[in-house]
Design a protein around this ligand. Structure first.
Ligand SMILES: NC(=O)c1ccc[n+]([C@@H]2O[C@H](COP(=O)([O-])OP(=O)(O)OC[C@H]3O[C@@H](n4cnc5c(N)ncnc54)[C@H](OP(=O)(O)O)[C@@H]3O)[C@@H](O)[C@H]2O)c1
Length: 344
């Protein structure tokens, strides 16, 4: 088994391997994954030392949690994070397995947002049942904020704050039913807002600190450093483009949609430098985020055993220092972003 170093989560006793497994894929995100392939993906990842898996009720309306639970339940030394904020209600009127919210053949439940005290406790209970475990290591408040909710965000914010959602999480942490909690989001401002209300152990930040964009360095990372809050990087390929590059046929994905022109142009610039240094773009995307000391783990999306093995190879790839220097010199990387093997 490859050795993957562990890093601490906030001020908890928990540590996670710095390379983990993003299991939105196992809820059939965009493409169906057969049960056996889902199991093989987790087994291959575990065998390779990726013993941190992130899932959520949202991912296939419970499907990803069920699959992750089946694969991990009796495995020692594994860390699981899941999320709260969406309840899955049984609904007899759902009789098809059409795609819902991007997930193919999801479980036949109706999804309802609920960030209240009771909603969060219920969601946690449901996750224990689907995962088949007695304790969840990390629980993230999923997709609170305007990126997901637009104008409805204020109402959900009230549920989480005045409605006791954060209090419920503090209670679960105090009881030891979870080891730590935080939020899992694709935006920066809401992280700062929640940090003003509660002590977070970790923030799962998706797509907002990557080889493509580093605005999180301005206010968020200093706030996390002061509060002792770790960062887990989701969506390290910005949902695709930093893995696929720009040159293959078909749609190139950025933030779960077609990549806009300015993003394509920037990635083409990075690709040109990667070519000159014989660097694989996804290898650079993984190594870059792990160079930041606040980052506890990076969790790329993995949907097959082959992808798990390839991801481990990318993680181990050597990247010459001159690659990072040239990115900085060309204005394609912020000068204050730490890079592997060098101080910021
Ligand atoms: N709000 C939140 O809490 C939140 C939001 C987003 C993400 N996350 C977490 O972060 C995890 C990862 O995010 P993500 O899956 O959305 O995005 P991602 O890891 O940035 O990108 C995944 C995409 O990249 C492709 N890919 C991965 N490795 C590749 C490779 N070596 N070569 C070519 N293509 C490759 C995958 O294709 P294939 O499908 O073909 O492998 C998939 O389409 C999620 O599973 C979830 O755990 C959390």
């Amino acid at each position: 088994m490859t050795h993957i170093p562990h890093r601490p989560i906030g001020r908890t006793a928990l540590s996670v391997p710095e390379l983990g497994f993003g299991a939105a894929s196992l809820g059939n995100l965009y493409a169906p994954v057969a049960d056996a392939d889902a199991r093989a993906a987790v087994d291959a990842a575990l065998a390779a030392g990726l013993r941190y898996v992130d899932t959520a009720p949202h991912y296939g309306r419970g499907l990803s949690e069920r699959r992750v639970g089946d694969a991990l339940r009796l495995q020692p030394d594994t860390v699981v994070s899941t999320k709260v904020g969406r309840l899955m209600d049984p609904d007899a009127s759902i009789t098809d397995d059409h795609e819902r919210d991007g997930f193919r053949s999801p479980m036949p439940f109706r999804m309802r947002y609920d960030y209240t005290h009771d909603g969060i406790l219920r969601s946690h209970e449901h996750s224990l049942q689907r995962l088949g475990v007695a304790k969840i290591d990390l629980l993230y408040v999923h997709d609170i904020g305007r990126y997901t909710h637009g104008d409805a965000a204020d109402g959900y914010w009230q549920q989480l704050t005045a409605g006791g959602g954060l209090k419920a999480l503090e209670r679960l942490r105090d009881e030891g039913t979870i080891t730590g909690f935080g939020i899992g989001v694709n935006e920066i401002q809401v992280c700062l807002d929640v940090m003003a209300e509660a002590r977070l152990d970790a923030i799962l930040l998706a797509g907002r600190y990557t080889l493509l964009e580093q605005d999180a360095l301005d206010a968020l990372f200093p706030a996390c450093e002061a509060a002792g809050t770790s960062i887990v990087i989701g969506g390290p390929y910005n949902s695709g483009i930093l893995a696929t590059g720009t040159r293959r046929g078909g749609t190139i994905h950025y933030d779960y949609g077609p990549a806009p022109g300015h993003v394509l142009a920037r990635v083409r610039g990075i690709e040109a430098i990667a070519d000159r240094h014989a660097v694989a773009l996804p290898a650079a995307a993984l190594a870059f985020v792990l160079a930041h000391p606040l980052v506890a783990s990076v969790i790329p999306g993995i949907g097959s055993a082959a992808r798990a093995a390839q991801t481990v190879d990318l993680y181990h790839a050597a990247i010459p220092p001159a690659f990072w220097e040239e990115l900085r010199a060309e204005g394609l990387l912020r000068g204050d972003a730490p890079v592997p093997g060098a101080a910021a």
